[in-house]
Design a binder for this molecule. Structure first.
Ligand SMILES: [Zn+2]
Length: 271
């Protein structure tokens, strides 16, 4: 293991993983080519697909904060620490702090993403996942209330357990401004492939003219990510927050079916 030669280290890990995956017969599965099954001609979000879970399309931002009780009662019981998984497995090895917790909805998709990216020879790690109200409060205080990108407790996508900060060894396993994640092969791989596993980037193309975070991605479910990808391909310029806003508006005028979401037992509300 050498910090000075991350390339060599990456290759070692990759070859070992690939051998293991080949033995499991998983290599061909994860190597299937990217294909759109969603052939929407939508140029804006009008024919929204059913979300896997309403939490996946829940808008969380400054104007739509989560309540502290929602985070405690609805999200926290669903959290899975990556450290609980097998040390040999991809999930635990991707956790660079040993403290990352994610929503149960993301466990399988994240593992699939890690396997596929590892086969492709890139080294994706996870710097952070779920963040509690108290943790966000500390960050907000530390960054200072005047900082334009500092977010109040309740307003961070990390509270859902569906947002992840990705990183890689070649930038020192950090996820922050100036670290250069956007210049890595890992970022390039995510841009091309993450939608296939249900992940989309939150802040790109100057989301609000201030925030631009190459490392911050959110799980919206495969069909929604695929739809989002198709919209973008058709020239839609907006971001995932706008897509979630469209779900919120649809919810207000016509209820999204099924009323009881598949994964969440009907407990999430969009409002
Ligand atoms: Zn983040």
């Amino acid at each position: 293991m050498s910090e000075d030669n991350p390339e060599a280290n990456q290759k070692q890990v990759t070859r070992r993983d690939f051998l293991k995956l080949s033995a499991l017969g998983l290599g061909t599965l994860a190597l299937k080519p990217n294909e759109f099954s969603n052939t929407t001609s939508d140029k804006e979000p009008t024919n929204l697909p059913e979300p896997e879970d309403l939490l996946c399309v829940k808008l969380v931002d400054r104007e739509h904060p989560l309540e502290q009780s929602f985070i405690k009662e609805e999200i926290e019981p669903e959290l899975k620490p990556l450290s609980q998984f097998s040390p040999e497995g991809f999930l635990r090895r991707a956790d660079v702090t040993g403290k990352v917790r994610i929503h149960s909805l993301v466990v399988q998709p994240l593992e699939d993403l890690l396997i596929a990216s590892s086969i492709a020879g890139v080294d994706i790690k996870v710097r952070s996942g779920y963040r509690s109200w108290e943790e966000q409060e500390l960050i907000h205080k530390r960054e200072g209330e005047d900082n334009k990108t500092s977010m109040l407790p309740g307003t961070s996508q990390h509270h859902t357990g569906l947002a992840l900060d990705f990183t890689t060894l070649s930038i020192g396993n950090v996820a922050k401004e100036g670290a250069g994640f956007e210049k890595t092969r890992e970022y390039e791989w995510l841009v091309k492939n993450a939608w296939e596993y249900g992940f989309v980037i939150s802040y790109d193309r100057g989301h609000d003219g201030i925030t631009n975070e190459s490392w911050h991605w959110i799980y919206v479910g495969k069909n929604v990510a695929e739809y989002f990808q198709a919209l973008r391909k058709n020239g839609w310029e907006s971001d995932v927050f706008d897509l979630q806003k469209a779900y919120l508006e649809k919810r207000t005028s016509h209820p999204i079916r099924p009323e009881r979401p598949v994964g969440g037992g009907g407990k999430y509300k969009l409002e």
